[in-house]
Design a protein around this ligand. Sequence first.
Ligand code: ASP
Length: 319
Amino acid sequence: MKPVIAIHGGAGTITRAALNADQEQDYLDALDYVLLGGQSILEKGGSALDAVTEAVLRLEDCPLFNAGKGAVFTHAGTHELDASIMDGRTLAAGAVACVKSLRNPIRAARAVMENGRHVLLVGEGAEAFARQAELETVPSDYYFTVARHDQWLRALADGASNLLDHDAQSRMTETAPIDPDTKMGTVGAVALDAQGNLAAATSTGGVTDKRVGRVGDSPLIGAGCYANNRTAAVSCTGSGEMFIRMLAAYDVSAMMEYRGLSLDEACRAVVMDKLPTIEGRGGLIAVDAQGNVRLTFNTEGMYRGHAYAGGPRQTAIYR
Ligand code: ASP
């Protein structure tokens, strides 16, 4: 059993034809930098919790991904961020939803977990808690990126209803390998450390043009994030409403625990068999207590990577 970390930066439809190699390389380099952060913690004997926290912090700070800086816009042109974290050793968990002024929502989720009194704090209460914990706050324009703003303007022009099904080929103005107009994008990390402990973390700006107050799967323990040393650590990305209805992350763990499925069988069952029955699109990353890793998705691509302690860092975008 070797310590290992896996990460994702969202799943969706490919706009490969519109891209040049440099743009693609930017994403792969960013993923590599994120993996390096988690991998070096694990190599020094650090905990899975610290490794997933560091990886998600780096993803939140990177404007290419929909979490922290670079988060998508709500219908009102604001940003509302969600994040969660879970410790597979103790089943402790923490999450925040609808926060608007925190640089790194994952730090707030972790602080909620460590405080131990509650699991999920939302909105103003979550922000007040984060301020008490002396976490960094930012003005709302911190999250702004031109790419997300353009995407929001296109969403407003299209009307929300036809966005999920739109054809990637009609959006040749994109500069990302995965079409941001599929509305998907979230970041996450899962890890196994040298002590045999698992952890998972997920963070997102949600979906473009979402209603103010909408909460997706990402901050919901069992839906977009789950970790249990007996089974696996899981972080999801995709059409959040479907992942909530399927309790996708917990379902992977439950199938392993109750039916004795392998990590691979459980991930495939959830992503390839169950989610599609309700038109759930997206994917998940998972690691089990033996250090097996799965990065499973039912879309054309998912920004992803994994690295064992002391091993090469592997990143990929397309199927
Ligand atoms: N699952 C996220 C949400 O619904 C979005 C995504 O992963 O693309 O908020």
